[in-house]
Design a protein around this ligand. Structure first.
Ligand SMILES: Cc1cc2nc3c(=O)[nH]c(=O)nc-3n(C[C@H](O)[C@H](O)[C@H](O)COP(=O)(O)OP(=O)(O)OC[C@H]3O[C@@H](n4cnc5c(N)ncnc54)[C@H](O)[C@@H]3O)c2cc1C
Length: 530
């Protein structure tokens, strides 16, 4: 692009790329500037050790909005999602418990623990589908704001009211309860066996600084139930080639639409003059002028790092300051010399191909949370594991494997301070391997390489403030019309010409693309940068 662009998008995470693609399709000249040499942000594939491709941060796809998949023709741009069929939780005794795509098989497994729970599963599933359909409507458009008096705001509210009325009264009551209940209590209304309850409840805590018994986590659980793969509700999948394929396919669609993408091009400053943005200055000193800047980085980094607090309305700045980031998770990626086996379910069965959850009991999960509250990483953390090379052999050499372990709790703010993390990184990695060893004896001897990411690394390397994986907690007070600041949920900011499009905006975190796509729609609808 030789002439001046209309729009500069800061950050080539998947949301920045989605936003850029839609804006270019809408006739704008767009440049994306990404700090890292690789695109994708937290949706990235990295070959850190030759032959092994890690999905370094995010690892499963489910929430990616189907309309973005279609509009940007991501399949034509190379994206293939390989479904995962199972969630397996190992136990110290017995055979553990697996939940399968096949409901008859799941029923059989669950009945070993409770006949009543097995009978309740289909009713629970139907209710969650109805509730998540309702919420899904909210994540595919602007958040209805009860305080909005504009015609479009009132229309959004009216549409939400209609949807709520269409819910079965029991489900509507349940939805209201979910707003304040804990994941454990909500699930406890359906199930009695802890073998089912504990692994199911972890969807309520992923990425939050909350425990399964903390109020509000029932809603986070619902957020994770909204996914679909190929139209199958609640399905999760792996991106062939790793999560970077999601971002690369979006980047390819963006380039085709005319977007210029620059990597190793970190932004030092978003230029603001008299309350209006003028463009950006890169870390190498280059200046790019544009009448519109869209920030694809998190709200804290945008305003306190790039814009400068002196350029922001003080009320808005204090809203952003109190927007909670508080990272609570880390990641351990392993390159393995062969396949590990579970002591409780030996062999290389289909349970290894799914999502593996180390969440044996509420006590285990709550003890791990208590560690975080005390400013320590937990020695026995909740782990969410996948072995992508079993489903997608392209990510490891023949006979070898990659294993991705999402780890919680790992508080950003250690008692000794966040900067103590580098000296504790390897001990944290050792603790994760010890937990794996408890359930998969002998796995240590299979480890060829280990890549440990603490919340400090997520901040320093991937640009996630305080290592928060969602650019801000998914608490009820930080969602919908409150995200990131009440009254400013429609991607606009008080700085004229500056918009936001990443996970810190409605509808929030996860590899959804929704923030980027909806921000672009709003910018185009306003006729901005024409
Ligand atoms: C460990 C981990 C596990 C996760 N697991 C999952 C999962 O399995 N499934 C799921 O759906 N979600 C998961 N998530 C959440 C999901 O990955 C994120 O919510 C999502 O990828 C964020 O996308 P984004 O585009 O909004 O922001 P980001 O991906 O954070 O993109 C922001 C981009 O801006 C760049 N940047 C920062 N500063 C600058 C600057 N000054 N100049 C230029 N560029 C800059 C960054 O390098 C980055 O590329 C996980 C996240 C993490 C960290």
């Amino acid at each position: 692009m030789n002439s001046q662009p209309d729009v500069v998008v800061v950050g080539g995470g998947h949301n920045g790329l989605v936003c850029a693609a839609y804006l270019a399709k809408g006739g704008r000249k767009v440049v994306v500037v990404e700090k890292r040499p690789l695109l994708g942000g937290a949706a990235v594939s990295e070959e850190i050790y030759p032959g092994f491709t890690y999905s370094s941060c995010s690892y499963v796809v489910s929430l990616l909005r189907p309309w973005i998949f279609r509009d940007l023709e991501l399949a034509r741009h190379g994206l293939q999602i390989l479904p995962l069929d199972c969630t397996f939780t190992p136990h110290d005794e017995g055979a553990g418990i697996a939940r399968w795509g096949d409901s008859a098989k799941t029923r059989e497994e669950v009945s070993r623990f409770s006949l009543r729970d097995a009978e309740n599963l289909p009713r629970f599933g139907n209710s969650m589908v109805a509730l998540s359909r309702f919420v899904k409507g909210m994540i595919d458009g602007p958040a209805p704001d009860p305080g909005a008096l504009s015609p479009s705001g009132l229309m959004d509210l009216a549409r939400a009211g209609d949807k709520l009325r269409s819910l079965d009264p029991e489900d509507a009551e349940r939805l209201a309860g979910m707003m304040t209940m804990s994941a454990a209590d909500f699930l406890g209304e359906w199930f009695e066996s802890e073998a089912i309850l504990a692994p199911m409840s972890v969807s309520g805590i992923i990425g939050t600084f909350l425990g399964v018994r903390s109020p509000g986590t029932a809603y986070v659980l619902l957020h994770h139930y909204m996914g679909e793969v190929d139209g199958v509700h609640r399905a999760w999948g792996l991106a062939k080639g790793g999560m970077g394929s999601v971002s690369e396919s979006i980047a390819s669609a963006a380039r085709e639409a005319g977007v210029e993408i620059r990597t190793s091009a970190g932004v030092e400053k978003i230029l603001v003059e008299n309350g209006r943005t003028k463009g950006v200055v890169l870390e190498n000193g280059d200046e790019i002028s544009a009448s519109l800047v869209v920030s694809g980085v998190d709200p804290h980094r945008t305003f306190f790092g790039l814009v400068g607090e002196e350029n922001v309305d003080s009320e808005y700045a204090s809203g952003i300051r109190s927007f909670r980031m508080r990272g609570s998770s880390g990641k351990v990626n392993l390159a393995l010399d062969g396949l590990p086996e579970f002591a409780c379910r030996p062999g290389n069965g289909a349970h290894l191909r799914g999502d593996i959850t180390i969440a044996p009991s509420f006590e285990y999960l709550e003890t791990a949370y208590q560690d975080a509250k005390d400013g320590r990483w937990s020695k026995s953390p909740f782990l969410d594991i996948v072995i992508p090379s079993l489903t997608d052999p392209s990510v490891a050499p023949p006979g070898k494997h990659v294993m991705s372990c999402f780890v919680q709790y790992a508080p950003y703010a250690l008692r000794e301070g966040a900067d103590a993390w580098p000296s504790q990184r390897e001990a944290f990695g050792d603790a994760v391997v010890q937990v794996l060893e408890r359930y998969m004896p002998g796995i240590s001897s299979l480890i060829l390489h280990r890549h440990v990411l603490t919340p400090w690394d997520l901040e320093k390397e991937y640009g996630l403030t305080e290592g928060n994986i969602f650019h801000g907690e998914l608490g009820l007070d930080q969602l919908a019309f409150l995200r990131p600041v009440p009254g400013w949920a429609r991607w606009k900011t008080p700085v004229k010409g500056l918009w936001m499009c990443a996970s810190g905006t409605h509808p929030g975190g996860g590899v959804m693309g929704a923030s980027g796509g909806l921000a672009a729609r709003e910018i185009l609808a306003e006729g901005a940068a024409l």
